[in-house]
Design a protein around this ligand. Structure first.
Ligand code: ZN
Length: 346
């Protein structure tokens, strides 16, 4: 495997589903195939995206979550102890929106591997470093109701134990980076410090590959846009949790920096972490230029040294038109390359 260049480019998570796999530009779009055809269609989609990322100069690639409809439920649907028929009405992300969610009614179990086959398939088809994403324990607990554990922190630790087993298996398949997605981390600030980071570290226990956490303010859906309007001109929520995150054993932190109201100076609180600097705005269909990406990286360089910066997307790109996502990947790769040339290495 080639050594990583300076400013290795990577992505935060999902990529759009091709039209043969699911309806484009839609979150939660149902599959368009079944049975063996569905498996083949998912694999074809993963192959396309691995190739597109390689061609775009993305150094640490992923299967773009082509095998799952949703990043949390793709994991949960194989977990025992959940009653999917028992729906509980629950306010998500501190009541930003209300949905009916399944309910945990018994001790949680993981009867078998969940994403192992997907990791093996992806590993066999790229020589680049490979990232795999899993939902973080706090975000899982904000997506499902509890009628068994009694305390959210206890349920989170139970999920974290299952995530550890899954992550160790992905690592054994040759995955180089395991990323836990924790969009709930900027909502429940006290819980993050009380048990959220502990649960995250529990999920990553025993891993020797790189570990990452992706924190974010969510896709550009309406409930999120309205919520963001209430947060003021500068989003400083991370100031509260970054010192604790910096003290954790997680290696990398992925956050949105492009077109965001998160002051980039906050990354100064992450002085011991590699930082996945979101330089691609996923809430806009406007494709960035390489210079746009380089500009965001240059801003980050004021607060973190070059060796710790990885150009990345702000978040997943699942809801975007495919051509837009492809253009954004090319801009990301080209922007990283531009920075390498300017810093004079690589
Ligand atoms: Zn995100």
């Amino acid at each position: 495997m080639p050594s990583l260049p300076l400013f290795p480019a990577t992505i935060a998570g999902s990529l759009p589903k091709p039209a043969w796999l699911a309806e484009p530009e839609k979150l939660w779009a149902p599959w368009r195939q079944q049975g063996a055809d569905l498996i083949a269609a998912k694999q074809d989609a993963a192959l396309v995206w691995l190739k597109v990322q390689e061609d775009a100069g993305i150094d640490i690639v992923s299967e773009g979550e082509q095998f799952r409809i949703h990043f949390v439920h793709g994991f949960l649907e194989h977990i025992g102890g959940i009653d999917w028929a028992r729906k509980t009405k629950m306010g998500i992300r501190n009541n930003r929106y209300t949905v009916e969610v399944p309910t945990v009614t018994a001790k949680l179990t993981r009867p078998r591997s969940i994403h192992g086959d997907e990791a093996r398939f992806s590993r066999a088809h790229t020589k680049n470093r490979l990232k795999f994403t899993l939902p973080g324990p706090m975000t899982i607990c904000d997506t499902i109701a509890d009628a068994h554990y009694g305390r959210r922190a206890d349920m989170a630790m139970a999920f974290a134990g299952l995530l550890t087993a899954e992550a160790l298996e992905l690592q054994a398949q040759g995955v180089d980076v395991i990323q836990f997605d924790e969009p709930a981390f900027n909502v429940f600030m006290d819980d993050v410090k009380d048990w959220g980071i502990a649960a995250l570290e529990r999920a990553a226990r025993g891993l020797t590959c790189k570990t990452a956490v992706h924190i974010c303010y969510g896709y550009g859906i309406e409930a999120n846009i309205k919520w963001k309007d209430t947060l003021g001109s500068e989003w400083r929520q991370y100031e509260e949790i970054f010192p604790a995150l910096n003290a954790s054993r997680i290696n990398q932190v992925s956050l949105e920096c492009a077109g965001s109201r998160v002051p980039i100076s906050l990354i100064a609180h992450l002085k011991d972490k590699e930082i996945l600097v979101g330089a691609i705005d996923v809430a806009s269909e406007k494709v960035e230029t390489a210079e746009d990406v380089a500009g965001t990286i240059r801003e980050a360089l004021k607060f973190a040294d070059s060796e710790r910066i990885q150009p990345c997307t702000n978040c997943g790109m699942a809801p975007l038109p495919r051509a837009v996502a492809e253009g954004k990947l090319r801009a990301l790769g080209a922007g990283a390359s531009l920075m390498r040339a300017q810093i004079g290495r690589g």
